[in-house]
Design a binder for this molecule. Structure first.
Ligand code: CA
Length: 423
């Protein structure tokens, strides 16, 4: 794990004034990476940018890189990443001699199209949210909500990278096969139980060679950072198709990511111990390490909001569905996911995405999916304007937000991942 250094100094201020506004997601202590192009431009190539306040610093225009290949940047060794973060922090700090030159390399975020932050070659979705796994399991198996392997193996499956879309993208309600419990045969049609899943996405930095597992103590050196991830889910398609090989078309029609990758370095002040509840098995040795125990968890606040078409028409802001903390939801840490994913020799590559699984907290108001909030669609939720929802309706916009805050550190945000379902 990265140690605190002068880039985390809470007294640092930027000459980009919008970065100094209290509550801003992108103060100078954050410096997340993404890919952007100017809107109205054309099909110009995506460039690497760093969010600062309400601006994007164009890294090539600022002379910090000589290419536009985010994955190449992510592949760099942690020491190079730390050095780049240091240069960014120095150059964007008040009093920097770079101000005049770099001011010309700023683009307002409002004038940018923000893309998926890197080329995602492979995407794996885990299932680390134990409260989610328990609640969903109890809907199907009241006697044994958690499968016997859950507390031993970080459960996951290989997803599809091609349908990962950036925040702000609309997508069509998927159609597919479903079968009602009392029907003798399946039918084909639009999904009727469309849901979201509140997840974090961990982006791989330097990869590992095929056949070379990554040890738990080295695992975080292979992670570049974290973003928000909405794993849209068609529950009725899922229920019919998932046995025996797991999720397929219920999951691969769209997955929304936030545009900025908050680096592991930026998250250094917001770590928490990894512990197991009394009576639970301790991780096997390859999933256990001193650093992981001391600060393997990420203390990130996560929020989900919904805006229905009626709310939009009436000028009402999105309403909160969920508020929780990642560290209270995740049974496995990001380092454990890397160690487990590679323990058989599987090679991860720069830009690969590891989904955390739905991060539902221990209380009902921290549930990270409608499946949980509505008890499988049996109990509709009430929205502030009187509308009800069991599952998502056409025109609904879902927004994920995330941020970190604690005494003695400047709050940093992950930005947001929003998406809208269309008929
Ligand atoms: Ca998922």
């Amino acid at each position: 794990m990265t140690l605190l250094d002068k880039t985390h100094n809470p007294h640092l201020r930027s000459w980009v004034e919008s970065a100094n506004v209290a509550g801003c997601d992108f103060p100078i202590q954050n410096l997340p990476f993404g890919r952007f192009r100017r809107t109205g431009g054309s099909d110009a190539a995506l460039r690497i940018g760093v969010a600062i306040g309400d601006q994007v610093l164009d890294l090539r225009a600022a002379g910090l890189v000589d290419h536009d290949d985010m994955n190449a940047l992510m592949a760099a060794a942690p020491a190079e990443r730390v050095a780049l973060r240091q240069r960014l922090s120095d150059g964007l700090a008040q009093g920097s001699t770079q101000q005049a030159a770099w001011a010309a390399a700023l683009v307002p975020q409002s004038a940018c199209e923000l893309a998926v932050p890197c080329k995602v070659g492979d995407y794996t979705d885990f299932y680390t949210g134990i409260h989610h796994a328990t609640t969903i399991g109890s809907l199907f198996r009241p006697d044994q909500p958690l499968m016997p392997n859950y507390k031993w193996v970080p459960i996951g499956y290989h997803g599809r990278a091609s349908s990962i879309v950036p925040s702000g993208t609309t997508f069509k309600r998927p159609s597919g096969q479903t079968k009602a419990p009392d029907a003798s045969e399946p039918s084909f049609g639009p999904c009727k139980r469309l849901d979201y899943e509140l997840e974090l996405g961990f982006y791989v930095g330097p990869g590992n060679a095929l056949g070379q597992p990554v040890g738990i103590d080295d695992a975080e050196a292979h992670l570049f950072g974290v973003g928000l991830f909405n794993d849209w889910s068609a529950r009725d398609l899922q229920a019919w198709e998932y046995q025996p090989l797991g999720p397929f078309l219920a999951k691969n029609f769209a997955s929304t990511v936030s545009p900025w990758i908050v680096t592991m370095e930026a998250l250094a002040p917001f770590r928490a111990p990894f512990t197991r509840p009394e009576g639970d098995p301790q991780p096997l040795p390859y999933l256990d390490g001193a650093a992981n125990r001391a600060h393997g968890q990420l203390d990130i606040v996560l929020e989900v909001l919904i805006q229905t078409p009626k709310m939009r028409a009436d000028g009402q802001p999105p309403a909160r569905l969920t508020l929780g903390r990642a560290k209270e939801a995740a049974y496995w840490t990001a380092a454990q996911l890397v160690a487990h994913h590679t323990v058989n020799g599987c090679n991860l590559q720069p830009g690969d995405l590891l989904g955390s699984g739905t991060l539902s907290g221990p209380t009902p108001d921290a549930a990270g999916s409608l499946m949980e909030l509505t008890l499988g669609g049996k109990k509709p939720i009430q929205l502030p304007n009187g509308e009800q929802r069991t599952f998502l309706q056409d025109g609904d916009t879902l927004v994920l937000r995330g941020w970190c805050e604690r005494d003695g550190a400047v709050r940093i945000g992950l930005g947001e991942a929003s998406g809208t379902v269309m008929a």
